[in-house]
Ligand binder design. Structure first.
Ligand code: PMP
Length: 360
Protein backbone atom coordinates (compact mmCIF):
# COMPACT_ATOMS: atom_id res chain seq x y z
CA UNK A 1 0.00 0.00 0.00
CA UNK A 2 1.28 3.54 -0.73
CA UNK A 3 1.93 5.81 2.23
CA UNK A 4 -0.71 8.43 2.93
CA UNK A 5 -0.16 12.11 3.76
CA UNK A 6 -1.36 13.27 7.18
CA UNK A 7 -3.74 16.24 7.38
CA UNK A 8 -1.07 18.20 9.27
CA UNK A 9 1.54 17.79 6.56
CA UNK A 10 -1.02 18.29 3.79
CA UNK A 11 -1.81 21.69 5.28
CA UNK A 12 1.86 22.65 4.88
CA UNK A 13 2.03 21.66 1.20
CA UNK A 14 1.76 23.83 -1.89
CA UNK A 15 -1.93 23.58 -2.96
CA UNK A 16 -1.19 21.93 -6.33
CA UNK A 17 0.88 19.28 -4.55
CA UNK A 18 -1.52 18.86 -1.63
CA UNK A 19 -4.23 17.80 -4.07
CA UNK A 20 -2.24 14.68 -4.98
CA UNK A 21 -1.80 11.17 -3.60
CA UNK A 22 1.44 9.17 -3.92
CA UNK A 23 1.41 7.16 -7.21
CA UNK A 24 0.20 3.63 -6.64
CA UNK A 25 0.92 1.15 -9.44
CA UNK A 26 -1.29 -1.35 -7.54
CA UNK A 27 1.37 -4.04 -7.63
CA UNK A 28 0.80 -7.21 -5.69
CA UNK A 29 2.75 -10.41 -5.58
CA UNK A 30 1.46 -12.65 -8.36
CA UNK A 31 2.84 -15.32 -10.65
CA UNK A 32 1.90 -13.49 -13.83
CA UNK A 33 2.28 -9.70 -13.81
CA UNK A 34 0.79 -8.19 -16.95
CA UNK A 35 -0.13 -4.86 -15.38
CA UNK A 36 2.59 -2.40 -16.41
CA UNK A 37 3.21 -2.96 -20.14
CA UNK A 38 6.72 -4.20 -19.50
CA UNK A 39 8.52 -6.59 -21.83
CA UNK A 40 7.99 -9.78 -19.84
CA UNK A 41 10.32 -11.84 -22.08
CA UNK A 42 13.34 -10.18 -20.48
CA UNK A 43 16.51 -9.29 -22.33
CA UNK A 44 17.98 -11.77 -24.82
CA UNK A 45 21.04 -13.32 -23.11
CA UNK A 46 23.71 -11.71 -25.35
CA UNK A 47 22.12 -8.28 -24.89
CA UNK A 48 22.08 -8.77 -21.15
CA UNK A 49 25.74 -9.78 -21.16
CA UNK A 50 26.66 -6.70 -23.18
CA UNK A 51 24.66 -4.53 -20.78
CA UNK A 52 26.30 -5.96 -17.67
CA UNK A 53 29.75 -5.61 -19.24
CA UNK A 54 29.09 -1.95 -20.03
CA UNK A 55 27.83 -1.34 -16.48
CA UNK A 56 30.89 -3.08 -15.00
CA UNK A 57 33.17 -0.58 -16.76
CA UNK A 58 31.63 2.63 -15.30
CA UNK A 59 33.46 5.05 -12.99
CA UNK A 60 30.87 5.14 -10.24
CA UNK A 61 32.91 7.63 -8.17
CA UNK A 62 32.39 10.27 -10.89
CA UNK A 63 29.24 12.18 -11.71
CA UNK A 64 27.49 11.13 -14.91
CA UNK A 65 27.95 13.13 -18.13
CA UNK A 66 24.94 15.45 -17.76
CA UNK A 67 23.41 15.13 -21.23
CA UNK A 68 24.43 11.46 -21.62
CA UNK A 69 26.52 12.07 -24.73
CA UNK A 70 27.41 8.41 -25.30
CA UNK A 71 23.72 7.45 -25.32
CA UNK A 72 22.92 10.36 -27.62
CA UNK A 73 25.65 9.25 -30.04
CA UNK A 74 24.18 5.72 -30.25
CA UNK A 75 20.62 6.99 -30.69
CA UNK A 76 21.71 9.57 -33.28
CA UNK A 77 22.86 6.70 -35.49
CA UNK A 78 19.67 4.72 -35.03
CA UNK A 79 17.37 7.66 -35.80
CA UNK A 80 19.59 9.38 -38.37
CA UNK A 81 19.41 12.65 -36.47
CA UNK A 82 22.01 15.01 -34.93
CA UNK A 83 22.85 14.20 -31.27
CA UNK A 84 21.96 17.81 -30.37
CA UNK A 85 18.39 16.99 -31.31
CA UNK A 86 18.12 14.26 -28.64
CA UNK A 87 17.28 14.79 -24.95
CA UNK A 88 17.85 11.87 -22.56
CA UNK A 89 15.80 11.50 -19.37
CA UNK A 90 15.40 9.31 -16.34
CA UNK A 91 12.62 7.44 -18.09
CA UNK A 92 10.14 9.14 -20.38
CA UNK A 93 8.46 10.27 -17.18
CA UNK A 94 11.25 12.71 -16.33
CA UNK A 95 11.11 14.22 -19.81
CA UNK A 96 7.35 14.65 -19.56
CA UNK A 97 7.82 16.36 -16.21
CA UNK A 98 10.51 18.64 -17.63
CA UNK A 99 8.29 19.46 -20.58
CA UNK A 100 5.77 20.96 -18.15
CA UNK A 101 8.48 22.81 -16.23
CA UNK A 102 9.80 24.30 -19.48
CA UNK A 103 6.62 24.89 -21.48
CA UNK A 104 3.68 24.63 -19.06
CA UNK A 105 2.73 26.67 -16.02
CA UNK A 106 -0.05 28.89 -14.72
CA UNK A 107 -1.98 30.68 -17.46
CA UNK A 108 -0.66 28.34 -20.17
CA UNK A 109 -2.73 25.55 -21.69
CA UNK A 110 -2.17 21.83 -22.22
CA UNK A 111 -4.39 20.10 -24.76
CA UNK A 112 -4.94 16.53 -23.63
CA UNK A 113 -6.82 13.73 -25.34
CA UNK A 114 -8.41 11.43 -22.71
CA UNK A 115 -8.71 8.62 -21.93
CA UNK A 116 -4.93 8.51 -22.07
CA UNK A 117 -1.77 8.16 -19.93
CA UNK A 118 -2.69 9.66 -16.54
CA UNK A 119 0.77 11.09 -15.89
CA UNK A 120 0.14 14.06 -18.24
CA UNK A 121 -2.71 15.27 -16.05
CA UNK A 122 -0.66 14.63 -12.92
CA UNK A 123 2.29 16.71 -14.11
CA UNK A 124 0.05 19.43 -15.55
CA UNK A 125 -1.52 19.74 -12.09
CA UNK A 126 1.86 19.86 -10.35
CA UNK A 127 3.07 22.53 -12.78
CA UNK A 128 -0.26 24.40 -12.35
CA UNK A 129 -1.00 24.12 -16.06
CA UNK A 130 -4.69 24.37 -17.06
CA UNK A 131 -5.93 21.52 -19.27
CA UNK A 132 -8.26 21.65 -22.27
CA UNK A 133 -9.55 18.12 -22.76
CA UNK A 134 -10.49 16.95 -26.25
CA UNK A 135 -12.15 13.61 -25.50
CA UNK A 136 -11.76 10.61 -27.77
CA UNK A 137 -14.73 8.93 -29.42
CA UNK A 138 -16.45 6.98 -26.61
CA UNK A 139 -16.73 3.83 -28.76
CA UNK A 140 -13.66 3.70 -30.99
CA UNK A 141 -11.38 5.97 -28.88
CA UNK A 142 -10.25 7.76 -32.06
CA UNK A 143 -9.10 11.31 -31.40
CA UNK A 144 -11.39 14.05 -32.74
CA UNK A 145 -9.06 15.64 -35.29
CA UNK A 146 -11.14 18.77 -35.97
CA UNK A 147 -11.65 19.50 -32.28
CA UNK A 148 -7.94 18.91 -31.62
CA UNK A 149 -6.92 21.35 -34.32
CA UNK A 150 -9.32 23.95 -32.92
CA UNK A 151 -8.01 23.51 -29.36
CA UNK A 152 -4.39 23.46 -30.56
CA UNK A 153 -4.71 27.01 -31.89
CA UNK A 154 -4.59 28.44 -28.37
CA UNK A 155 -2.43 25.75 -26.71
CA UNK A 156 1.10 26.05 -25.35
CA UNK A 157 1.48 22.28 -25.29
CA UNK A 158 -0.40 19.45 -27.03
CA UNK A 159 0.27 15.83 -26.06
CA UNK A 160 -0.83 13.05 -28.40
CA UNK A 161 -0.05 9.43 -27.59
CA UNK A 162 0.55 7.03 -30.45
CA UNK A 163 -0.15 4.23 -29.82
CA UNK A 164 -2.33 5.54 -27.02
CA UNK A 165 -2.17 4.07 -23.54
CA UNK A 166 -4.54 2.41 -22.63
CA UNK A 167 -6.63 2.33 -25.83
CA UNK A 168 -3.89 1.03 -28.17
CA UNK A 169 -4.73 3.10 -31.26
CA UNK A 170 -2.49 5.33 -33.40
CA UNK A 171 -2.86 9.02 -34.13
CA UNK A 172 -3.05 9.41 -37.94
CA UNK A 173 -0.06 11.36 -39.30
CA UNK A 174 -2.45 13.71 -41.08
CA UNK A 175 -3.83 14.72 -37.67
CA UNK A 176 -0.29 15.28 -36.38
CA UNK A 177 0.40 17.54 -39.36
CA UNK A 178 -2.75 19.57 -38.86
CA UNK A 179 -2.12 19.99 -35.13
CA UNK A 180 1.52 21.04 -35.69
CA UNK A 181 0.36 23.63 -38.21
CA UNK A 182 -2.39 24.98 -35.95
CA UNK A 183 -0.34 25.13 -32.75
CA UNK A 184 2.19 27.84 -32.00
CA UNK A 185 3.36 25.88 -28.95
CA UNK A 186 4.96 22.44 -28.61
CA UNK A 187 3.32 19.27 -29.93
CA UNK A 188 4.57 16.12 -28.21
CA UNK A 189 3.95 12.74 -29.81
CA UNK A 190 4.39 10.16 -27.07
CA UNK A 191 5.56 7.04 -28.93
CA UNK A 192 6.54 5.01 -25.87
CA UNK A 193 5.02 1.93 -27.58
CA UNK A 194 5.98 2.85 -31.14
CA UNK A 195 8.17 -0.21 -31.71
CA UNK A 196 5.07 -2.43 -31.61
CA UNK A 197 3.29 -0.53 -34.41
CA UNK A 198 3.35 -1.00 -38.16
CA UNK A 199 6.35 0.68 -39.82
CA UNK A 200 5.61 4.18 -41.06
CA UNK A 201 3.31 5.09 -38.17
CA UNK A 202 5.87 7.25 -36.38
CA UNK A 203 5.68 11.04 -36.49
CA UNK A 204 9.48 11.04 -36.62
CA UNK A 205 9.24 11.51 -40.41
CA UNK A 206 7.70 14.95 -39.74
CA UNK A 207 10.45 16.26 -37.44
CA UNK A 208 12.23 18.13 -40.23
CA UNK A 209 8.98 19.75 -41.37
CA UNK A 210 7.70 21.01 -38.00
CA UNK A 211 10.08 22.74 -35.60
CA UNK A 212 7.44 22.56 -32.83
CA UNK A 213 7.15 18.75 -33.00
CA UNK A 214 8.81 16.53 -30.39
CA UNK A 215 8.70 12.72 -30.31
CA UNK A 216 9.10 10.76 -27.07
CA UNK A 217 10.55 7.26 -26.91
CA UNK A 218 11.50 4.96 -24.06
CA UNK A 219 13.74 1.93 -23.56
CA UNK A 220 11.27 0.68 -20.91
CA UNK A 221 8.97 -1.26 -23.21
CA UNK A 222 10.35 -2.90 -26.36
CA UNK A 223 13.91 -2.76 -25.03
CA UNK A 224 13.36 -4.38 -21.61
CA UNK A 225 14.87 -1.52 -19.58
CA UNK A 226 11.92 -0.38 -17.43
CA UNK A 227 14.10 -0.86 -14.35
CA UNK A 228 16.92 1.14 -15.90
CA UNK A 229 14.85 4.29 -16.53
CA UNK A 230 15.89 5.72 -19.88
CA UNK A 231 13.62 7.77 -22.11
CA UNK A 232 14.44 10.20 -24.89
CA UNK A 233 12.92 12.99 -26.91
CA UNK A 234 13.73 13.80 -30.54
CA UNK A 235 13.05 17.45 -31.30
CA UNK A 236 14.65 20.65 -32.58
CA UNK A 237 17.98 21.67 -31.05
CA UNK A 238 16.13 24.57 -29.37
CA UNK A 239 13.54 22.38 -27.68
CA UNK A 240 16.30 20.00 -26.56
CA UNK A 241 18.22 22.99 -25.13
CA UNK A 242 15.09 24.16 -23.29
CA UNK A 243 14.67 20.71 -21.75
CA UNK A 244 18.37 20.69 -20.82
CA UNK A 245 18.00 24.06 -19.09
CA UNK A 246 15.30 22.90 -16.66
CA UNK A 247 16.58 19.43 -15.84
CA UNK A 248 18.34 18.18 -12.74
CA UNK A 249 21.96 18.02 -13.98
CA UNK A 250 22.70 14.44 -12.92
CA UNK A 251 19.31 12.77 -13.20
CA UNK A 252 20.49 9.89 -15.42
CA UNK A 253 22.95 7.72 -13.51
CA UNK A 254 26.20 6.29 -14.89
CA UNK A 255 24.67 2.81 -14.58
CA UNK A 256 21.61 3.73 -16.60
CA UNK A 257 23.66 5.50 -19.24
CA UNK A 258 25.94 2.47 -19.58
CA UNK A 259 22.97 0.12 -19.86
CA UNK A 260 21.34 2.37 -22.47
CA UNK A 261 24.48 2.47 -24.61
CA UNK A 262 24.60 -1.33 -24.67
CA UNK A 263 20.89 -1.79 -25.33
CA UNK A 264 20.79 0.71 -28.19
CA UNK A 265 23.96 -0.75 -29.71
CA UNK A 266 22.50 -4.27 -29.47
CA UNK A 267 18.98 -3.28 -30.48
CA UNK A 268 18.84 -5.79 -33.35
CA UNK A 269 18.87 -8.57 -30.73
CA UNK A 270 15.50 -7.37 -29.42
CA UNK A 271 13.69 -7.48 -32.77
CA UNK A 272 12.65 -11.17 -32.70
CA UNK A 273 10.95 -10.68 -29.32
CA UNK A 274 9.19 -7.54 -30.51
CA UNK A 275 7.91 -9.49 -33.53
CA UNK A 276 6.76 -12.30 -31.25
CA UNK A 277 4.88 -9.87 -29.00
CA UNK A 278 3.08 -8.51 -32.06
CA UNK A 279 2.14 -12.09 -33.07
CA UNK A 280 1.02 -12.97 -29.56
CA UNK A 281 -1.05 -9.77 -29.49
CA UNK A 282 -3.06 -11.06 -32.46
CA UNK A 283 -3.49 -14.50 -30.89
CA UNK A 284 -4.49 -13.16 -27.47
CA UNK A 285 -6.85 -10.66 -29.04
CA UNK A 286 -8.71 -13.22 -31.13
CA UNK A 287 -8.92 -15.74 -28.29
CA UNK A 288 -10.31 -13.16 -25.86
CA UNK A 289 -12.68 -11.63 -28.41
CA UNK A 290 -14.19 -15.11 -28.91
CA UNK A 291 -15.28 -15.24 -25.25
CA UNK A 292 -18.90 -14.43 -24.43
CA UNK A 293 -19.34 -10.84 -23.28
CA UNK A 294 -15.74 -9.75 -23.92
CA UNK A 295 -14.91 -6.80 -26.19
CA UNK A 296 -11.33 -6.28 -27.36
CA UNK A 297 -10.17 -3.08 -29.08
CA UNK A 298 -7.62 -3.25 -31.90
CA UNK A 299 -4.10 -2.51 -30.62
CA UNK A 300 -0.87 -1.30 -32.19
CA UNK A 301 0.89 -1.69 -28.86
CA UNK A 302 2.06 -4.38 -26.44
CA UNK A 303 -1.23 -4.42 -24.54
CA UNK A 304 -4.93 -4.95 -25.14
CA UNK A 305 -7.82 -2.94 -23.79
CA UNK A 306 -10.75 -5.24 -23.04
CA UNK A 307 -14.24 -4.68 -21.69
CA UNK A 308 -15.80 -7.39 -19.54
CA UNK A 309 -18.96 -7.45 -17.43
CA UNK A 310 -18.22 -6.41 -13.81
CA UNK A 311 -14.58 -5.69 -14.64
CA UNK A 312 -13.43 -4.76 -11.15
CA UNK A 313 -14.62 -8.09 -9.79
CA UNK A 314 -12.96 -9.90 -12.72
CA UNK A 315 -9.72 -8.03 -11.98
CA UNK A 316 -9.90 -9.16 -8.32
CA UNK A 317 -10.63 -12.76 -9.26
CA UNK A 318 -7.80 -12.85 -11.80
CA UNK A 319 -5.47 -11.70 -9.03
CA UNK A 320 -6.82 -13.79 -6.16
CA UNK A 321 -7.87 -17.01 -7.90
CA UNK A 322 -5.47 -17.12 -10.85
CA UNK A 323 -2.44 -15.12 -9.61
CA UNK A 324 -2.61 -12.84 -12.66
CA UNK A 325 -2.30 -9.08 -12.31
CA UNK A 326 -3.68 -6.82 -15.05
CA UNK A 327 -4.54 -3.13 -14.86
CA UNK A 328 -8.02 -2.10 -13.75
CA UNK A 329 -9.30 1.00 -15.57
CA UNK A 330 -12.95 0.44 -14.69
CA UNK A 331 -13.09 3.60 -12.56
CA UNK A 332 -11.43 5.83 -15.17
CA UNK A 333 -13.91 8.14 -16.93
CA UNK A 334 -14.73 6.75 -20.38
CA UNK A 335 -13.34 3.30 -19.55
CA UNK A 336 -16.20 1.70 -17.63
CA UNK A 337 -15.62 -2.06 -17.20
CA UNK A 338 -12.25 -1.87 -18.97
CA UNK A 339 -9.08 -3.79 -18.12
CA UNK A 340 -5.69 -3.40 -19.78
CA UNK A 341 -3.73 -6.59 -20.32
CA UNK A 342 -0.06 -6.51 -21.28
CA UNK A 343 0.82 -9.04 -23.97
CA UNK A 344 3.19 -11.48 -22.29
CA UNK A 345 5.02 -14.65 -23.22
CA UNK A 346 2.97 -17.44 -24.88
CA UNK A 347 2.73 -19.20 -21.49
CA UNK A 348 1.57 -16.05 -19.73
CA UNK A 349 -1.00 -15.37 -22.44
CA UNK A 350 -2.26 -18.95 -22.17
CA UNK A 351 -2.79 -18.37 -18.45
CA UNK A 352 -4.85 -15.25 -19.22
CA UNK A 353 -6.92 -17.04 -21.85
CA UNK A 354 -7.60 -19.97 -19.53
CA UNK A 355 -8.43 -17.73 -16.58
CA UNK A 356 -10.78 -15.44 -18.48
CA UNK A 357 -12.42 -18.45 -20.15
CA UNK A 358 -13.13 -19.83 -16.68
CA UNK A 359 -14.39 -16.51 -15.33
CA UNK A 360 -16.64 -15.44 -18.20
N1 PMP B 1 4.40 7.34 -22.08
C1 PMP B 1 3.48 6.39 -21.99
C2 PMP B 1 2.28 6.45 -22.87
C3 PMP B 1 3.64 5.35 -21.07
O1 PMP B 1 2.69 4.41 -20.96
C4 PMP B 1 4.80 5.32 -20.26
C5 PMP B 1 5.03 4.22 -19.26
N2 PMP B 1 3.97 3.78 -18.55
C6 PMP B 1 5.72 6.36 -20.40
C7 PMP B 1 5.50 7.35 -21.33
C8 PMP B 1 6.94 6.50 -19.56
O2 PMP B 1 7.71 5.37 -19.47
P1 PMP B 1 9.16 5.40 -18.80
O3 PMP B 1 9.16 6.51 -17.77
O4 PMP B 1 9.31 4.06 -18.20
O5 PMP B 1 10.12 5.69 -19.89
Amino acid sequence: MPQTISAEVRALMRPSAAALEPYDPAFSRVEVNLSANENTYGMPAPAREATLAEIAAVAENRYPVPLADAVRAELAQVHGIAPERIAIGNGGDELLFNLFIAFGGAGRVLVNCPPTFSVYELYAGLAETPITNVPRDPETFEPDADALVEAARSANLVILTSPNNPTGDLVPLETVRRVCEACSGIVLLDEAYGEFSAPGASAESLLDTYANLAVLHTLSKAFCLAGGRIGYILASTDVVAALAAVRQPYSVSVFDQAAAVAVVRERALFMPTIAQIVQERARLSSRLAALEGVRVWPSESNFLLVRVPDAHRVWERLRDEHSILVRDFSRTPGLADCLRITVGTPEENDRVIAALSALM
